[in-house]
Design a protein around this ligand. Structure first.
Ligand SMILES: [Zn+2]
Length: 271
């Protein structure tokens, strides 16, 4: 720990799409904030527990995760262990992951296992879901009163990341709470594609944030708690810690780092 670090805010809120994204993308920095004295809550949006029947796509995911039956309680448990490792507090909202959602007409949002989740889900809008997620985030932040909020930039264009990002923008626009967007890992290693931000807003101020080795090491220990997700994340072909190190070294040879953008609103005001 060095004295050169900026003073940590008292309360920090990280809004994570799924049960692993905050740790994958920004876990080292969140650990750094927590050990600097901040109270850090990770609010996972799509942590709702579904019931059967499951879509064909969900069955494919369950097979990949190596689970039978309902995997979400196990994933919530993995997340609690990972966040505990980092000194962060979990909060789990009960919105359903895209692979479990249905449309107003009763059909699955995603029902073709041969196509990617997002290529199907992005063909429809989910205005009611967006409004509900934004309201949930707004109500939570009104109670928690964070000094800073972080969420994903939606690199990789996963529909749940996109919904989370835009709902967080919608929830916080008009408040004085600073909002920043982490680069989604490990997606950012393969693509820089992102959906456009809501009208009237844009990214600003890309910041590469170096962390100490102890923050990096804590993140990598925490990631291993997400046992059900490791196969899907390609951990066997190249262990996740090595891959994330490799991505970080593309930016800095000297320190592990994570990166964020700020939010600019029309008219040039930044926050
Ligand atoms: Zn995710």
């Amino acid at each position: 720990m060095t004295s050169a670090r900026p003073t940590a805010p008292t309360r920090v809120l990280a809004v994570s799409p799924h049960l692993d994204d905050a740790v994958l993308s920004y876990g080292a920095r969140l650990h750094q904030l927590a050990r600097s004295g901040a109270e850090v809550v990770v609010l996972t949006v799509f942590a709702g527990v579904p019931g059967p029947p499951y879509s064909a796509t969900a069955h494919v995911y369950h097979d990949t995760w190596g689970v039978s039956g309902n995997p979400v309680p196990m994933r919530i448990d993995e997340d609690a262990k990972a966040l505990r490792e980092l000194g962060l507090t979990p909060r789990h909202a009960d919105f359903l992951d895209a692979i479990y959602r249905t449309l107003p007409n009763g059909r699955w949002l995603v029902d073709d296992p041969s196509r990617s989740v997002s290529s199907q889900a992005l063909e429809v809008e989910e205005p009611d879901l967006m409004a509900s997620v934004a309201q949930h985030i707004r109500e939570f932040s009104t109670r928690f009163r964070p000094a800073a909020v972080y969420t994903c930039a939606a690199i990789g264009r996963h529909v749940d990341h996109w919904r989370t990002r835009d709902a967080t923008v919608k929830a916080l626009l008009g408040t004085d709470i600073p909002l920043r967007f982490w680069e989604d890992l490990p997606y950012r290693g393969k693509t820089t594609r992102m959906p456009p931000l809501p009208a009237g807003t844009s990214f600003t101020g890309h910041l590469v944030e170096p962390v100490d080795p102890q923050d990096r090491d804590a993140k990598f220990r925490a990631l291993l708690h997400y046992e059900s997700q490791l196969a899907l994340l390609g951990h066997e072909s190249e262990p996740l810690p090595e891959r994330l190190e490799r991505y970080a070294r593309e930016r800095s040879e000297t320190a592990y780092n994570e990166a964020t953008w700020g939010l600019a609103t029309t008219g040039g005001a930044t926050r």
